[in-house]
Write a protein that binds this ligand. Sequence first.
Ligand SMILES: [Zn+2]
Length: 310
Amino acid sequence: MSNDFDPNRPKAEQLAREVSSALDRAGIHHILWGQLAFSVYSGNFPCNHIDFVVPNEDLDRACNNLDSTNLPCVTDNPSCSYWLIPEGSHAERIFHIDALNADEVLIHFDIRIFPMSWALPGYQQIAYRTFTDVIDRKDLILCSDQRLKGRFIYERYPIRMLAPVHYLQSIISRYLGLGSGLEIIRQFHREVITPLNEEGDTSEGFCMESLHFSYNIMLYSILHSLDENEIKATAEGVQSYLNAYEAHLSQMQEVREGLEAVEEADEEDEEPNESEETTSDDEQSDEAKDEEQMEDVNGDETQVDVMDVE
Ligand SMILES: [Zn+2]
């Protein structure tokens, strides 16, 4: 927990709870992201931006739901960072709130709803506890998680967010090659990841082994080089590798689907005849072997590559 009490924090948590419960009622998957999330991880960061990520296809529905709660969509408040910026010039949708904080001071809050493809490039789903490049890994936690320095304490509503290392990965992919985000990545590493490492937390999403090897390369470059062009070159190299890796995965998926189709067709053709049954058993065991090999390629490749890098 941060030593400094942030008088804006109780209101920020309340607004986050209101948005999250409205989205839950509408059945829209969402996670807390951005500035308030950063404050939850680090315990020491402003919290005037209450950011949520929703699947692209649910962005309009999410905003319509929030509209119906009468949140203002435009502002003339000069302390708003969107003041005078025309709507449509940014990916996120914004709802503006002027509210009293714990010190009875009028403060401007922005509730921002981001489409997933913008905020979390590389993620296929959120809130399904599935991380796209390491199947079955658990990437989500609650804002009230005891391990987080700035965890929610004023609200108990179960709001989901990425585990810290997955959040680190999300901001690396978000800011890949963009100078403006590099300092945020360094700060997040310094204030959140390093202390976690020092505590020796080995749980999923809290230890650095949860970070995909390609992002480890990027992170190393961001932490150890101040030359933006050098970092950009690394980012491009990693990106082209990831593209090839993704193409490889989808190729393997096609092969797998082809094999399954052949298998199904075989099963339909099968006759309950003893002499043929022996042949069919042999075939099946061969196919099972093929499948096992493919699973090795799909499932274990990441780990093999991680070891290569190390
Ligand atoms: Zn605003």
